[in-house]
Design a protein around this ligand. Sequence first.
Ligand SMILES: Nc1ncnc2c1ncn2[C@@H]1O[C@H](COP(=O)(O)OP(=O)(O)OP(=O)(O)O)[C@@H](O)[C@H]1O
Ligand SMILES: [Mg+2]
Length: 259
Amino acid sequence: MTTTQAPDMYAAGGEHIAAAVDLVKVYRQGQAGVRALDGVTVGFAQARFTAISGPSGSGKSTLMHCLAGLDSATSGQVTLDNTELTGLSDRELTRVRRDKVGFVFQSFNLLPQLTALENIVLPVTLSGRHVDNDLLDHLVGVLGIGDRMSHRPAELSGGQQQRVALARALLARPVVLFADEPTGNLDSQSGAEVLDLLRRSVRDLGQTVVMVTHDPQAAAYADRVLFLADGRVVDDVDATQAPKAPQAPQTEESAGRAR
Ligand SMILES: Nc1ncnc2c1ncn2[C@@H]1O[C@H](COP(=O)(O)OP(=O)(O)OP(=O)(O)O)[C@@H](O)[C@H]1O
Ligand SMILES: [Mg+2]
């Protein structure tokens, strides 16, 4: 038995619940092509909160859409929960999205004719599963939207709509919750609440969250921040390590323990 430790921490599969290997996405525009992703290799660990940051046009949404099976890559490989998405048919991809993926978008994307409660339970019932009423009560309580359950989206504030969208995504217990600029349409107070709830879902429910944001304050809620520029990963910061924490002086004994 070998004891080699994670020779390639970004390799697909393994301990990663979602991963991309050498992902390239070229959007055709007439004769020219836009290389939105230029060889991205990255893995996402379970029950972690990762932010994907970087300037506008750097490929953040494209990467998230490819990881979530919303869009297909030009080349490279995506795995989600040990399933390789690259070779799947449209029908299989739809099933993966329905059963394994949760989404929260900047624009909330609630169905206007349904009440908050109907919106929240819809994905679970659509996939033929039973609603976990304990989890529903927990989410509605934590999100503070209990008195809004019979309202339609138009009767809710932006912050309330986003909390409903978050409850909808979390109730389905997705393998990965993807959020694209979830606070982009919110005032700073509502935005902070949504980010706090995302963080709590990781801590309390063991949810895996991947969030796209160009806002450093939003990214600061994450355990890890991945920076993209021109379709490439240019930095990968473990935010759980305090940046300026003084290093304890290494004694012979602690050095021995570290080995
Ligand atoms: N459907 C499309 N057709 C053509 N080009 C596209 C398409 N979608 C995105 N692009 C281009 O791909 C590049 C990456 O876009 P993407 O939306 O991933 O960026 P982003 O980092 O999410 O930006 P933002 O912060 O503005 O949302 C950009 O140059 C963009 O213009
Ligand atoms: Mg985007």
